[in-house]
Ligand binder design. Structure first.
Ligand SMILES: [Zn+2]
Length: 433
């Protein structure tokens, strides 16, 4: 059993610590008391309270929807509109207004980078559709297969097309979850991020979403943070997932998704065994699959990042073996920093840590399934306009390096600030001057 991490319920980014008068970093980062205050009809309240107790505020949500048609985020003056969503189960929640994410304060829960800085913009509305009920995702992999049918080939060809992707692949889904839960962002006003926070933010995000017309919350098991007092409840929840989601029905083998932090990968007689942080059971993969995954997600499997406090996140597509073991059918892996910010290499982990230690607010753009998309390595959101961070490792891919050079020329033409780090040299000072 994995030891619990020292995280506490109040360490939650939707509920940032109050303005820290003892902050001596002198970073000049935004300190906005109004971030995470929202208005529904004539009432102003904390987003944290609203999320925690959404059912208690159902009448207020309904009134705001009837009177104004939307909620308001108070992080800016004038206030910004928020979509009021109501799931089919009748639970309300707030979402950012389409296209307005970049107008919110960088410390606000509804802040998003411009659409040209996310792999999400490569999908058609058929792949990711947002409406008043929530988000509907068209996922590339089948979530059940007929037992007599042969194993399906890898994802459909349309997944590998350029713009206008019509389905979301496993890595795309992982990046969508991370970005939507704002785990690609860091702000010095937020308390230290733990798996407790990741789990909470992801659970909020999943709520009301569907994947291939099924409730995402039923399909996806996000490993809950270990707490001794909740251990029995968590074990029961996982058992329920195994029985209600993965157990064979008639002639169909059903599949589900497990999302967690990979703690260890060890060889077995037939392949490998994954153990996850905070989770008691193991997941099993064949040697052939393990080899493919290691090739596909090289940074996540490299040992270089471990010494910098990096972690590995895995989104596993699983089914139950005849013996009742959890068998991995496919997986997407992501290297993340100590604060769970995604990174494309161990050098980016070092940079992500340095930016956080330097009191910077930043976002890591993520590519989803678009492996050829080129983004800045990090976007600093505490400068106006935003500035960029580039980490130069050894890519060795000419086409990629060429596109990167074009991007750099683009930043320069925008007169945006740029911090550059050639990894063979010492890391530059990243604190704000
Ligand atoms: Zn806001």
């Amino acid at each position: 059993m994995t030891a619990p991490e020292a995280d506490t319920p109040q360490d939650e980014p939707g509920h940032p610590r109050s303005v820290d008068v003892n902050n001596t970093q002198g970073d000049g980062a935004c300190r906005n008391d109004r971030a995470d205050r929202v208005q529904l009809a004539d009432k102003s309240l904390s987003l944290y309270v609203l999320r925690e107790h959404a059912t208690n505020y159902a009448a207020l949500f309904a009134r705001a929807r009837a009177e104004m048609g939307h909620g308001q985020c108070l992080c800016q003056t004038p206030a910004l509109r928020l979509v009021i969503r109501c799931s089919r189960a009748g639970r309300y929640h707030l979402a950012g207004w389409p296209g307005e994410g970049k107008l919110h304060d960088p410390s606000c829960s509804f802040h998003k980078l411009a659409s040209e800085l996310t792999g999400r913009s490569a999908y058609s509305t058929e792949a990711i559709r947002e409406d008043d009920e929530g988000v509907a995702i068209r996922f590339s992999a089948a979530l059940a297969r007929k037992l007599r049918d042969p194993e399906p080939a890898r994802g459909p060809a349309e997944l590998r097309e350029g713009r206008g992707r019509r389905v979301v692949g496993l890595l795309g889904l992982l990046h969508w979850l991370w970005e939507s839960a704002q785990l690609t962002a860091w702000h010095p006003r937020w308390r230290r991020r733990s798996w407790w926070i990741c789990h909470m933010r992801l659970s909020e995000q999943i709520f009301g979403c569907s994947i291939n017309h099924e409730n995402l919350a039923d399909i996806l098991y996000v490993v809950p943070p270990f707490r001794k007092e909740y251990a029995r409840r968590n074990t029961a929840a996982f058992e329920t997932f195994l029985i209600t989601r993965l157990k064979q029905r008639a002639d169909a083998q059903r599949r589900g998704l497990i999302l967690g932090e990979i703690r260890d990968i060890s060889p077995t007689r037939y392949g490998v065994r994954y153990t996850l942080a905070h989770h008691r059971g193991a997941l099993f993969a064949t040697t052939a699959l393990d080899e493919r995954l290691r090739r596909s997600y090289r940074p996540a499997f490299s040992n270089a990042a471990a010494e910098h406090g990096a972690r590995r996140i895995g989104l596993f597509l699983v089914e139950l073996s005849p013996k009742g073991n959890v068998k991995v059918v496919d997986m997407a892996a992501m290297l993340v920093s100590e604060l769970y910010i995604p990174a494309d290499s161990s050098h980016e982990v070092v940079m992500a840590n340095a930016l956080a230690d330097g009191g910077r607010a930043y976002v890591k753009p993520v590519r989803y399934d678009g492996s050829d998309l080129v983004f800045p390595d990090f976007v600093l959101t505490d400068t106006h306009p935003h500035s960029y961070v580039e980490v130069y490792g050894i890519h060795g891919r000419e086409s990629y390096d060429e596109r990167k050079r074009v991007k750099q020329a683009h930043y320069q033409s925008q007169r945006a600030g740029l911090i550059e780090w050639e990894v063979a040299k010492p890391i530059p000072n990243v604190r704000r001057r």
